[in-house]
Design a protein around this ligand. Structure first.
Ligand code: GN1
Ligand code: MG
Length: 375
C-alpha cells in the first residue's frame, strides 16, 4: 500500500534522521505485524536504488525501546559471528543489518513522539501459510539453527516484555479481564473462558518445570511464527529469521509451539470466518518437526524433547488466552481490522488446541521417529 500526506511526511522525517544512503523515494506499508508498523522504503542515489525497512515501534507494548534495541543489536552481532564461523556468505541476507541515526542511536524519536528503527531490506519471501513439505522443513530448520547459533551467547539480555510466556500470568490476566469485563463482552464468551480454566493445567505445568530447572532456559526467539522466516524466492532455502523484538531468555519449547500453531494449522488465526474447523495438519507438523530436530540436534536435551508434545498444544492455548483477554479488555493490545477480530483469532487458536490434543498419540509417534539421540 502506498499512501500520501501526513504518514509519508513522518516517514520521510525518520528517513532523514538515519545514517543511510540515497534520497528518499517512496514508502510502502508491508508485513502483517499485530504490534509494530513496517514500511519498505526505497531511496535513490545516482541511478542506484537502495532498499530499507523502517519500523515504527509500538511503545505501549515495548515501553523501553532503548533496551529493545540493545538486545537486538547484540543478538544480530552474535548471530552474524556464528554464521561467519560456519563459512556462510552473503551475510547481509542472512542476518539483519541495523542502521544508526546520524547521532549514532539505534532508534529515532520523531517530532510526534513516534519511535523508529531502520534496517536493510532483505529480498526474499515470507509466507502466511505453506503446504510444501520442503519449505516447511526450511522454516523449521531456520528456527532450529537460530537456537543452536545462540547457544553460546553469554551477554545478558533485557526482558523486553516481562512474563511473556508465563501461562500462569496469562491466566491471571484473563481472570482480571473477566472480572472487570470492560467491554461488556463476557456473557458472549463465558463458555470459552470456562474452557480455558478447565484446561489451565496445560498453561501452568510447563512453566513450573522451567522454574524448577527441569527444562533449561536458553536464548530463544519467542515469536517463532511461520511469517518470521524469509525464504529465498527461487530456491525456498531459509535466508533470515526476523522480528527479533522478543529474543530473550525462554524455553525452546515456546518457539517450537509457536512455529507449529502458526505453520501446521489448517486455518490461519487471521481467517475471518468464525468456524470451528481450525485443526492440526499432521503432515505439516511432521515436516516442521523434522526440520527443527535436524537443525537443533546438537543442542536439544532430553527434557526438552520429552515436553515437545505438551508445548505443541500449549502455545495455541496461550495465544488463544491472550486474544480472548484482549477481546474482553476492549482490544487494547493487538491491532484489529474488524470488530470481533480478536475473538476470531482466539477461537481459531482454541479450536486448534482441541485438535492438537486429539492427535496427541500421532504426535508422540512422530516425536519418537525424529528425536535425535540427546544429551
Ligand atoms: C504478535 O506482531 P506480531 O505478529 O509479530 C505478538 C506475538 C503473538 C502474535 C500472534 C510482542 O506478534 O506474541 O504470538 O502477535 N507479539 C507481541 O499472531 O505481543
Ligand atoms: Mg513479533
Amino acid at each position: 500500500m502506498v499512501f500520501g500526506g501526513k504518514v509519508q511526511k513522518t516517514i520521510k522525517e525518520a528517513f532523514e534522521a538515519f545514517d543511510i544512503r540515497g534520497e528518499f523515494d517512496c514508502a510502502k506499508r508491508c508485513g502483517n505485524g499485530n504490534i509494530n508498523n513496517t514500511y519498505h522504503i526505497t531511496a535513490r542515489e545516482e541511478g542506484v536504488l537502495h532498499n530499507y525497512i523502517f519500523q515504527r515501534i509500538n511503545t505501549s507494548v515495548f515501553t523501553e525501546p532503548d533496551k529493545l534495541m540493545h538486545n537486538l543489536v547484540r543478538v544480530v552481532n552474535h548471530h552474524r559471528g556464528a554464521l561467519a564461523k560456519c563459512g556462510v556468505e552473503d551475510l547481509h541476507k542472512r542476518v539483519l543489518t541495523v542502521f544508526t541515526t546520524r547521532r549514532g542511536d539505534y532508534f529515532y524519536t520523531d517530532s510526534s513522539g513516534n519511535c523508529w528503527r531502520c534496517h536493510l531490506f532483505i529480498d526474499g519471501k515470507t509466507h502466511e501459510s505453506l503446504d510444501d513439505p520442503e519449505k516447511l522443513f526450511n522454516v523449521a530448520y531456520a528456527y532450529g539453527s537460530f537456537i543452536s547459533h545462540m547457544e553460546d551467547f553469554e551477554e545478558d539480555l533485557h526482558e523486553t516484555i516481562p512474563n511473556f510466556h508465563d501461562g500462569r500470568w496469562r491466566l491471571r490476566q484473563l481472570e482480571q479481564a473477566s472480572r472487570e469485563d470492560r467491554a461488556d463482552r463476557l456473557a458472549s464468551v463465558q463458555d470459552w473462558v470456562d474452557f480455558i480454566f478447565e484446561n489451565s493445567s496445560d498453561l501452568i505445568s510447563l512453566q513450573e518445570k522451567i522454574d524448577s530447572g527441569i527444562i533449561p532456559i536458553r536464548i530463544t526467539h519467542n515469536d517463532a511464527k511461520i511469517n518470521n522466516v524469509i525464504l529465498d524466492r527461487d530456491t525456498g532455502r531459509p535466508l533470515c529469521v526476523i522480528d527479533l523484538d522478543t529474543v530473550m531468555k525462554g524455553s525452546v519449547l515456546f518457539d517450537f509451539g509457536d512455529m507449529i500453531r502458526s505453520a501446521a494449522n489448517t486455518v490461519s488465526e487471521e481467517s475471518p470466518e468464525l468456524s470451528c474447523s481450525a485443526s492440526l495438519d499432521i503432515k505439516r507438523f511432521e515436516s516442521l518437526l523434522e526440520g527443527f530436530m535436524q537443525a537443533g540436534s546438537d543442542v536439544l536435551v532430553s527434557s526438552e524433547i520429552e515436553h515437545i508434545n505438551q508445548a505443541t498444544r500449549l502455545l495455541s492455548l496461550m495465544i488463544g488466552t491472550r486474544f480472548l483477554t484482549d477481546y474482553l479488555n476492549g482490544d487494547v493490545y493487538f491491532k484489529i481490522r474488524w470488530e470481533d477480530h480478536n475473538l476470531t483469532r482466539a477461537l481459531n487458536n482454541l479450536h486448534l488446541y482441541k485438535s492438537i490434543k486429539n492427535q496427541s498419540d500421532q504426535i508422540d509417534k512422530l516425536i519418537r521417529k525424529y528425536a535425535p539421540a540427546c544429551r
